[in-house]
Design a protein around this ligand. Structure first.
Ligand code: ARG
Length: 461
């Protein structure tokens, strides 16, 4: 039988249409476990305030434990008459503790401070889980980077060959954003660790309960300083949502490169069969669906953030029912990254990079032109002039359809008398990367340090 939380001043129940619009158990039931944890803490607060006897407290905890077990086993489920997770669990408690004792738990709390607390508890748990999955993806990239040794590839800007880089350097460039995403979650947690419990509907509670002890019991570092803010704000949810969207975008950029690398024309990578799909009509096809879904899911993750911010933008203080719309976007993000990250980590861990092919392309497309200019600079030529001279070499090579190292001595001198044959020393990809020895650069010893640094940070996060 459905229970109502507000019988008193109403003469009839809600219309079918209202109930259908209002119901949220289909998505908020995942909060049942944290709801019950909150109820245990609230019962302790009522007891401390002298509103539950020792016996009542013990019976309340026992009933809540039974309810929790029944929720876990599926023996207790929300029914068609339950508006939300709180309503359903109140019915479950009344069934187990009886009307008299069960009816006491609602004192001094509102669904408004409850839901604002529960969403934080839930997201804090999920943040730890998702941080772990993000780190697994970073670890898979780091392992590939270590495996690539000192191999080189064409570094690109505007998708054009720019300068040679170490394959490990490029792969590590996908690691750092993921580590920052994890760091964002850690940093976010400090702000999320404030408990709205005790704020009541909006103005605080009159029953002499101590929100701080409830906060501590539920793993928060403090209770909220402002009960209106605590029940009305969802910026903590939006910030979590941003990190989810950002992680999706970071993964998407990696995925896009893998899609490109996996083409016949690039031939940089072969994906493991376990992380590829076939075609129902073209027998030869082996498709990078994991990477494509990684790209596609980013769109969805951004959409969730957009939906949430749009819901929030016009809501007056304090609680309004619009705030119920905060949950589905972030739940969708949690679920989406929960399946995406393990697939991407697996794809990365099992892919084989064709390092020979990557190295073959590294110096081509005049990607050593900067090295000629900098060779001249080291001989005292102003960079503006050196840039011109190197550009003339590129023009000469392009006209003859050759690469820079194919230019003969006369062609070099024609570009500038300063270009002696020794310039050829820098005209190799290995020479080029070896010269970029500043911190953060692509020289093998710097990249080795970088991988250690990233590995240590990942272990630390
Ligand atoms: N289910 C609501 C939510 O998710 C919480 C209930 C508060 N409802 C209310 N009418 N005060 O935000």
């Amino acid at each position: 039988t459905p229970i109502s939380l507000w019988g008193g001043r109403f003469t009839g129940g809600p219309s079918r249409a209202l109930a259908a619009l209002s119901v949220s158990t289909q998505f908020d039931w995942r909060l049942a476990h944290v709801d019950i944890r909150g109820s245990h803490a609230h019962a302790n607060a009522l007891h401390a305030a002298g509103l539950l006897t020792d016996e009542e407290l013990a019976a309340m905890h026992a009933a809540l434990d039974r309810l929790d077990a029944d929720v876990a086993s599926g023996a207790f489920l929300p029914g068609p008459g339950d508006e939300d997770v709180h309503t359903a669990l109140e019915r479950g408690l009344l069934e187990r503790a009886g009307e008299h004792l069960g009816g006491k738990l609602r004192a001094g709390r509102s669904r408004n401070d409850q839901i604002a607390t529960l969403i934080r508890m839930y997201l804090r748990e999920e943040a730890r889980h998702l941080a772990g999955l993000t780190l697994d993806t970073a670890d898979a990239l780091l392992a590939q980077a270590r495996g690539a040794g000192e191999s080189v590839m064409a570094g690109r800007t505007h998708m054009q060959h720019a300068q040679p880089v170490l394959v490990a350097h490029h792969l590590a460039a996908h690691v750092w954003p993921l580590l920052r995403d994890v760091d964002r979650l850690r940093d976010w947690d400090r702000r999320a660790a404030i408990s709205p419990y005790g704020s009541g509907a909006l103005a605080g509670n009159t029953l002499g309960m101590d929100p701080r002890s409830v906060a501590r019991e539920l793993g928060f570092r403090d209770s909220a300083a402002n009960s209106i803010d605590a029940t009305a704000s969802r910026d903590v949810v939006a910030e979590f949502s941003f990190v989810m969207a950002m992680t999706g975008v970071d993964v998407s950029r990696l995925c896009e490169e893998i899609v490109i690398w996996n083409t016949k024309e690039f031939g940089y990578v072969t994906l493991d069969d376990a992380f590829s799909t076939g075609s129902s009509i073209m027998p030869q096809k082996k498709n990078p669906d994991v990477a494509e879904l990684g790209r596609g899911k980013a769109g969805r993750l951004i959409g969730d953030l957009t939906a949430l911010l749009t819901v929030l933008k016009g809501i007056p203080l304090a609680y309004d029912r619009d705030l119920q719309e905060d949950k589905e976007p972030v739940f969708d993000q949690v679920d989406t990254l929960g399946v995406l990250l393990p697939a991407v980590a697996g794809m990365v861990a099992t892919m084989s990079l064709h390092l020979d092919r990557m190295a073959e392309w590294a110096p081509q497309g005049f990607s050593l032109a900067t090295d000629i200019a900098e060779w001249l600079v080291r001989r005292g030529v102003p960079f503006r002039q050196a840039h011109e001279i190197s550009g003339a070499c590129v023009r000469a090579a392009e006209e003859r359809g050759v690469e820079l190292w194919d230019l003969d001595d006369e062609e070099l001198v024609a570009a500038s008398p300063l270009l002696t044959p020794e310039v050829r020393e820098v005209l190799s990809a290995q020479g080029s990367v070896g010269a970029r020895r500043g911190r953060g650069g692509t020289a093998p010893e710097r990249v080795a340090e970088q991988l250690d640094e990233a590995g240590a940070l990942a272990a630390d996060l």
